[in-house]
Design a protein around this ligand. Sequence first.
Ligand code: FAD
Ligand code: UDP
Length: 368
Amino acid sequence: MSNYLIVGSGLYGAVFARETAKAGNKVTVIEKRDHLAGNIYTKEVDGIQIHEYGAHIFHTSNKKVWDYVGQFADFNRYTNSPVANYKGQMYNLPFNMNTFNQIWGVRTPQEALAKINEQRQEMAGKEPKNLEEQAISLIGRDIYEKLIKGYTEKQWGRPCTELPAFIIKRLPFRLIYDNNYFNDDYQDIPIGSYTKMIEKMLDQPNITVKLNTDFFDKKKEYLNKFDRVIYTGMIDQFFDYQLGELEYRSLRFETEEKNVGNYQGNAVINYTDRATPYTRVIEHKHFEFDKGDQNKTIITQEYPVEWRRGDEHYYPVNNKRNNQLYAKYAELAKQQDKVIFGGRLGQYKYYNMDQVIESALECVEKFI
Ligand code: FAD
Ligand code: UDP
């Protein structure tokens, strides 16, 4: 039996803690925030689960991961279908026949493809080198200008010509009338909340959880005391920023209660023009069905902001400079034989929840 310290009670830390404890080890989880669950934390207000750190929809094609989460929650049948508002005009997302019909009036896949191919000519023979070029070669300039450029430049605070192409490849593009945002086999939201799901993962007699506890208050002591440390905080902070700071993108959330039962008719509306300062408005009650007060609703506007030390680290900015810097930190991490660096912040990767679970389970299999 070994004595494990898990730094961070997000999804990575919780999966690791669960599996380590199941293998018979003693596990202490420390969390600097005053609640569990990291960025998937939800808080109940007026009978509605508020996604405190942004909308979270679970989706995966990995059956092992799907079966794994099924041990800790039942899931509802939520399908993410955000709608884009561009200067008052509404468009379906992701880019599908509904969108092409709304943009160009085309009705058949053949008509849509002809239009897209015509627009792609702009990039003919060129290898896309940045997000703008990738978007135009994927879907053409019209959609790029209306649904991608403004949103992306707000989201990342940089021109699309300076952003990596891979970001836009996250979005599906299909020639059928299907507004499902994800291509995955499984997609849902846990009934009762993500927070309860994490509580259940950590509900083991040999797991102790300490909230409001920052690893850096006693870093040396922790590293001496425990046999192994799983660290899910920022990798550059662990090394006292000795090689320089990794960049992140942060967010500010403005939440308000509205005295109507249904404010915007959808869980997520994206504002894709440059002038509206927020990227999306979430109406939390629509993530569940028939929940909450019939005369009230809670909405959250999501404002991207440049990250400064002390802000929350929502998105790693995986451009060349940061990836190179991360690679140097990863080399330092290899020399820390007691410490495993995991999760979105520990590995500086734009992970979705299912990828976090997959990588935690892989790591557990390797080390335990
Ligand atoms: P985190 O959840 O960040 O957990 C790390 C934890 O460590 C935090 O609780 C933090 O407080 C704690 N910690 C850090 N440093 C210390 C320290 N020094 N001492 C103690 N504790 C510390 N994924 C999806 O699959 N679907 C979605 O719809 C989706 N939507 C998203 C929307 C937004 C706005 C964002 C930002 C992300 C979204 N994600 C989504 C990604 C998802 O949030 C992550 O994949 C997942 O939550 C990462 O889990 P983690 O454990 O790696 O990190
Ligand atoms: N995106 C866009 N328009 C939209 C939604 C997304 O251009 O209406 C782009 C944007 O660059 C974003 C990326 O697609 O960063 C990935 O979107 P996703 O919804 O996966 O982002 P996340 O939920 O991780 O913030």
